[in-house]
Design a binder for this molecule. Sequence first.
Ligand SMILES: [Zn+2]
Length: 165
Amino acid sequence: MEKDAKFCPYCGKPLGKIFIEGKWRGFCESCNRVIYDNPVPVVAGVIIKKNEVLLVKRGIQPKKGYWALPAGFIDIYESAEEALIREIEEETSLKIKEYRFLSTINQKGMRYNSVLIIGFFIEKYEGEIIPGDDAVDAKFFNMEKLPDLAFSSHYQLIDFAKKLK
Ligand SMILES: [Zn+2]
């Protein structure tokens, strides 16, 4: 598990291991503290128009050049809803007016052991699509003919959203 922390994030000393609550976890003897490897939360929005879903083309790594749902990490002290509205506006310039919780998916990430993807279904939005920030393009794709998506969780979220319609 190359992504496991080797040093204590609080005091910087090398971490040991402890078997607690059914799993091996990092342990700092100096702080007498278990270092939990909690999931890193990400929000993603599913915007559907008739039989099409809005995707953005990633301008940054990981998976640069792949299409994906508009998505991003939650910033410090931000709620998931605030992150959703901010990320979609940054990447597509659309303003989200109504949304509902869709589902969460927890999976292995490329940079983190565990990423919690919090999916929302966007029911109402305003504005014209203009790609920005980490997105180099943004457009609607037929849901039956999706391009290769950057993340498998995004196929799952699109499937969940289709069932709502
Ligand atoms: Zn420590």
